[in-house]
Write a protein that binds this ligand. Structure first.
Ligand code: ATP
Length: 327
C-alpha cells in the first residue's frame, strides 16, 4: 500500500536542559519517496534528521520512537540502512586517504567482502555518479578532485551500501544555482538507482517543488502541515505554510515587501496555545490557549484550529497591499 511506512517517527521529543526543541513530532517516511522538511531557522529540522541518524549532539535527551521497518536500534543502522549525505563535501572526506580507499572502507564497515571486492565496488560507485576514469580517480586524494567531483564522491559514499533512507540536511545551501541543480540531479539519480527514500531538509521551496513528493512543514518543534508537496505549496491549509510561501520572491511582484511578521519563538519562550498564534493573521481566541494537534484533512495532516478558514489564496493573508500612489 502506498502509505506503508519505511521509517516511522512517533512522538519524537528532543530536549536540552529540560527545554524541548522538538515537541512531540510524528511522521512516516514512505519507501522511495522524497520527503522535504521545511520551516524557519530553529524549527527543529536538523535535530529531527539527526535523530533519524542516531547522531544527536551531546546533552540532548530524546523521547519517542524512531523505527525503521519496525526496528528501533537506529544508531546501529547508520551507514547501512540510513545514510547521511553531508552538507560539506570537503570536510566529509578525509584529506589523508585516497577517495577509493574511503569508499572501500565504507563497504567493509557493513559487509564482509574482500579488499579487492570492496575496491571494485568503490570504483563502480564512482563511475555511477559520473566520475570519469573512475579506476584512476579512485587512487586520488580528495584535494585532487574538483569541488563538483568531491560532491559526487560523497553522494557515491552515501549510496554505496544501498541504504533504505538517505538523509540530506541543506545539501546545497553553499552552492550556486548550477551546482545546486547538478548535486540534486546526481543525488536523485543515485537515490532512484538504489531505491532509497530521501529526507531532505531545505530552506528552498523551489527545491521542494521540483524534487519532493511530500513536504513536512515544521514550526517551533512541531508538525504544522504534512502532505503532497504540490498541494502544500499551491494550496496551504496552515496559515504558517502560507506565510512561508508569501515570503518567496515570486509573490513580491508589484507589491511591497512580502512579510511573515515577527520571528519564531525560542524553545524556552513559547507562547501559550499555538506557537504561531502571535504571528498569525487568522488567530482566534482558542489559538492563544490551546495548542492544536495534527488532524487528517484529505491526504494531509494539519495542526491549526483555523485551517477551515484558510482561503484558497492563503498567501494573500500575508501580502501587504501595493501603495495606492505607486505607478
Ligand atoms: N546542541 C544544542 N544545544 C542546545 N540547544 C540546541 C542544540 N541544537 C539545537 N538546539 C536548539 O534546538 C533548536 C532547533 O535546532 P535545529 O538545528 O534543529 O533547527 P533547524 O530547524 O534545523 O534550524 P536551521 O534551519 O537554522 O538549521 C535551536 O533553535 C536551539 O534552540
Amino acid at each position: 500500500m502506498r502509505s506503508e511506512a519505511l521509517l516511522s517517527v512517533r512522538d519524537l521529543r528532543i530536549a536540552f536542559d529540560g527545554v524541548e526543541a522538538v515537541r512531540g513530532l510524528s511522521f512516516d517516511v514512505r519507501p522511495r519517496e522524497v520527503l522535504a522538511v521545511v520551516g524557519e531557522s530553529g524549527a527543529g529540522k536538523s535535530l529531527t534528521t539527526r535523530a533519524l541518524l542516531g547522531m544527536l549532539p551531546p546533552g540532548a535527551t530524546v523521547g519517542g520512537t524512531v523505527r525503521l521497518l519496525g526496528e528501533t536500534h537506529l544508531a546501529a543502522q547508520r551507514g547501512r540502512r540510513i545514510a547521511l549525505v553531508p552538507q560539506d563535501a570537503l570536510s566529509a572526506l578525509s584529506p589523508v586517504h585516497r577517495v577509493g580507499d574511503q569508499l572501500a572502507a565504507a563497504v567493509r564497515s557493513v559487509a564482509r567482502v574482500s579488499r579487492r571486492e570492496a575496491r571494485a565496488r568503490a570504483v563502480a560507485a564512482l563511475d555511477r555518479v559520473g566520475i570519469p576514469d573512475a579506476t584512476r580517480k579512485a587512487r586520488a586524494y580528495p584535494h585532487e578532485f574538483s569541488g563538483g567531483m568531491r560532491q559526487r564522491a560523497v553522494i557515491a559514499m552515501a549510496t554505496i551500501n544501498e541504504p533504505d533512507v538517505l538523509v540530506a540536511d541543506e545539501p546545497t545551501t553553499a552552492l550556486d544555482e548550477e551546482r545546486r541543480d547538478q548535486v540534486l540531479r546526481v543525488l536523485g539519480e543515485q537515490r532512484e538507482a538504489v531505491g532509497a527514500a530521501l529526507v531532505l531538509v531545505t530552506h528552498d521551496l523551489d527545491v521542494v517543488r521540483q524534487h519532493a513528493d511530500r513536504a513536512l512543514v515544521m514550526y517551533a518543534g512541531r508538525l504544522t502541515e504534512l502532505g503532497p508537496a504540490e498541494e502544500v505549496l499551491t494550496r496551504p491549509l496552515a496559515p504558517y505554510t502560507a506565510g512561508l510561501l508569501a515570503s518567496l520572491p515570486e509573490h513580491a511582484r508589484g507589491r511591497r515587501l512580502p512579510t511573515l511578521p515577527g520571528t519564531p519563538p525560542a524553545p524556552g519562550a513559547l507562547p501559550a496555545g499555538c506557537a504561531f498564534a502571535p504571528r498569525c493573521p487568522l488567530a482566534a481566541e482558542a489559538c492563544h490557549h490551546e495548542e492544536p494537534e495534527p488532524v487528517p484533512v484529505d491526504e494531509r495532516l494539519v495542526a491549526c484550529h483555523r485551517w477551515a478558514q484558510v482561503p484558497d489564496l492563503a498567501v494573500e493573508l500575508f501580502m501587504e497591499k501595493p501603495h495606492a500612489s505607486s505607478s
